[in-house]
Design a protein around this ligand. Structure first.
Ligand SMILES: NC(=O)C1=CN([C@@H]2O[C@H](COP(=O)(O)OP(=O)(O)OC[C@H]3O[C@@H](n4cnc5c(N)ncnc54)[C@H](OP(=O)(O)O)[C@@H]3O)[C@@H](O)[C@H]2O)C=CC1
Ligand SMILES: O=CCCC(=O)O
Length: 338
């Protein structure tokens, strides 16, 4: 019954496109187009913090700035702030300073450890939080991590929303991400115009943990698909077929996926320009396996795929694109030859 209720509460909101319509468009949207949600208090004045400016965080923050938002950034490696400062962002020297100077703060961190450190550690965002403020964690983490961060943030009187994203580097640059949100619904409504600047759709999934779980399920499917695709490319070549033709054939049929068409041609050339780092895909498989374990669900295909990503990491491919997992299959074949 609870599961059914959760499913029924899922909804996708149509994207509200704001870019390219003048620099004040976003702020005026708060003022005139979006009625304040129930019990949303004062609403946000438009001061937005962004913590974590990696492959995903930098273009997401950049789109907020280009939409006219007043953005303050922080990144562990300070030099990664420079391109955002050139676009007009402000800088603060710690997550707590960003949080205390902003109305809503987004965080896009590598993994559960960094997400916890930045939110809950010394000089972390929670130290700068207060009633009326909001924290939106868009990192991919497990449900327990998200709940822990949510507890720290809400203990200050602030609101918490988890909002991991589907979509990679290019959708982040193009403002076409898919947000999988859960937590404080008032905060969700308040930040909706910001999500719509960075993304093409958003789902509100109920309680904290549901967004993280949805993201892990999506990424475990993706990680297994990539392994299966890699096996197909290698087998086609071995039996004398052109793997480029396989990519073309797949693109026209029922198993067509943008991922195959996008990554296939470079995989055939053994080139793996990083959009989604392999180390993050392996992290997501590890977290998905733990999620499945928590409900005694068997996911043997994912377990096998995870082993290959671990081999790929051991080959030094952690920072390459996750499509480099094909190299783990090549290495296995090489090692098994007499
Ligand atoms: N790339 C992709 O296609 C997608 C990624 N994701 C998820 O989004 C998140 C970010 O991914 P992505 O941008 O690709 O990753 P990157 O590796 O490019 O960026 C990671 C960010 O986390 C910061 N970081 C890492 N460790 C720490 C720490 N201990 N303390 C403070 N900051 C830290 C990095 O700082 P520094 O610069 O100092 O290293 C950097 O800002 C991950 O959870 C990933 O799984 C989700 C959807 C798509
Ligand atoms: O977490 C990364 C997801 C990448 C994608 O959705 O293309």
């Amino acid at each position: 019954m609870a599961a059914a209720a959760t499913l029924l509460s899922v909804r996708a909101a149509p994207a509200l496109r704001l870019r390219g319509k003048g620099t004040c468009r976003l702020l005026s949207c708060y003022a005139s187009s979006s009625p304040p949600p129930p019990s949303s208090g004062e609403g946000f004045s438009g001061k937005v913090g962004f913590l974590g400016l990696g492959i995903m965080g930098a273009p997401m923050a950049s789109n907020l700035i280009k939409a006219g938002c007043d953005v303050t950034v922080w990144n562990r490696t300070k030099s990664k702030c420079d391109p955002l400062l050139s676009l007009g962002a402000k800088y603060e020297s710690s997550p707590s300073n960003v949080a205390s100077s902003c109305d809503v703060t987004f965080a896009m961190l590598a993994d559960p450890e960094s997400a916890i450190e930045v939110a809950c550690g010394a000089n972390g965002a929670a130290e700068g939080m207060a009633p009326g403020k909001g924290y939106v964690d868009v990192s991919t983490v497990d449900t327990a991590t998200s709940k822990l961060i949510g507890k720290h943030i809400t203990s200050t009187g602030a609101s918490f929303l988890e909002a991991p994203v589907s979509g990679s580097k290019k959708p982040a640059e193009d403002g076409l991400l898919i947000f999988l949100t859960a937590g404080d619904e008032s905060l969700y409504n308040r930040v909706a115009p910001l999500l719509d600047v960075m993304g093409k759709s958003r789902f509100f999934l109920g309680d904290v943990g549901n967004g993280a779980a949805m993201k892990l399920v999506v990424n475990m499917v993706m990680g297994s698909m990539m392994v299966s695709f890699s096996e197909g490319l290698l087998l086609s070549e071995k039996v004398g077929l052109d793997p480029n033709t396989l990519v073309e054939v797949i693109s026209q049929g029922a198993i067509s996926a943008p991922m195959f068409s996008l990554k296939g041609p470079s995989m055939v050339k053994a080139a793996y320009p990083t959009a989604f780092p392999l180390k993050h895909q392996q992290k997501d498989l590890r977290l998905a396996l733990a999620l499945a374990e928590s409900v005694s669900q068997s996911i043997p295909t994912v377990a096998a795929a995870n082993e290959l990503y671990k081999v790929a990491k051991s080959l030094g491919l952690a920072d390459k694109d996750f499509s480099a997992v094909i190299e783990a299959l090549k290495a296995k074949e090489h090692n098994s030859q007499p």
